[in-house]
Design a protein around this ligand. Sequence first.
Ligand SMILES: Cc1cc2nc3c(=O)[nH]c(=O)nc-3n(C[C@H](O)[C@H](O)[C@H](O)COP(=O)(O)O)c2cc1C
Length: 351
Amino acid sequence: MPGYPALRSLLFRLDAEAAHAAGMGALRAVQALPPLSAALRRHNLVDAPALVQTLFGRRFANPVGLAAGFDKDARVVRALPALGFGFAEVGTITPRPQPGNPRPRMFRLPEADSLQNALGFNNGGMEAARRRLARVWPAAIPLGVNVGKNKDTPADAALADYAALIGALSPFCDYLVVNLSSPNTPGLRDLQNESFVRAVLEAARGVTAKPVLVKIAPDLESGDAVALAEVAVDAGAAGIVATNTTNDYALLPGIPEAGGLSGKVLKEKSFRIFDAVAASLFGRAILISVGGVDSGAEAYRRIRAGASLVQIYTALVYQGPGLPRRMNRELLHLMERDGLKTIGEAVGADR
Ligand SMILES: Cc1cc2nc3c(=O)[nH]c(=O)nc-3n(C[C@H](O)[C@H](O)[C@H](O)COP(=O)(O)O)c2cc1C
């Protein structure tokens, strides 16, 4: 979109969370004006036959999606196709509403094209989300719902949180994501163990037939990440989302040790974990790569490594709402250069 640098310099004068709220306000305005959202959608949504895939029983016009955490409460679902996304994931949603951590809790690291956030699953809870999702379902683009336990839910009740969330929200989405990998809920990453993963997928099978994926952290040893992802898929997970933000603060010496890092600083670390998981699971599960994806070329690298889909968050903040369109056009160009006629041929081409 022309003019994003000017808009960005205005937004970047605001605190990062206030700028996000301004972006959400703009998207609410877009969805309140159907002719405007239709016009933006026609311009931004790249819908070329070569990029189309059918996954989870739905048509994905293109493989570039919005990552979890941007639209935590499913407030702007109807505006997201206007940004050119082929799909979107809302959440993380918890059973009960919770305020998240004290502000400020979201920071830009502009020299590194990165963000640091310690939001802590601020959201309006499952009932409010369910009502909102019911109003927009079925969405114009495939929709994932990402779920997590409440901060004050003890570890031995975490399973009940996930079962309740999946039961309540699965009627209104195309896939669900069990988030075990946010660094901002104390103890959450401890649930990234084989017995919990098995139990949560078994509980999910009891309440939904929809695909359930597991989102993992980039801070696992790659052997542990692969083992966990394999357990998840063996226990019935339809796929893996890799990765969440990192708390490897050594990546940017001198920064405060709080919250999760995303964006460019995460790119290689996230790719390494994704690549290790894909080496084991490509062909057996749907793999979604997220973490530092910031261009069509980077999306193409993830896709060739085995990602059916990619997601972005931080790069959208730095590059603006024209990014999904640019990424998809670049993807088409790279596929044509390499003689790949459909995205199906590109997915896993390097495996
Ligand atoms: C401000 C912010 C909030 C986020 N909130 C969530 C969340 O609620 N649930 C989740 O699974 N991931 C969350 N994420 C992680 C993103 O979905 C994504 O995994 C991560 O940022 C890496 O992608 P990126 O480098 O494109 O931003 C959040 C990320 C950011 C920057």
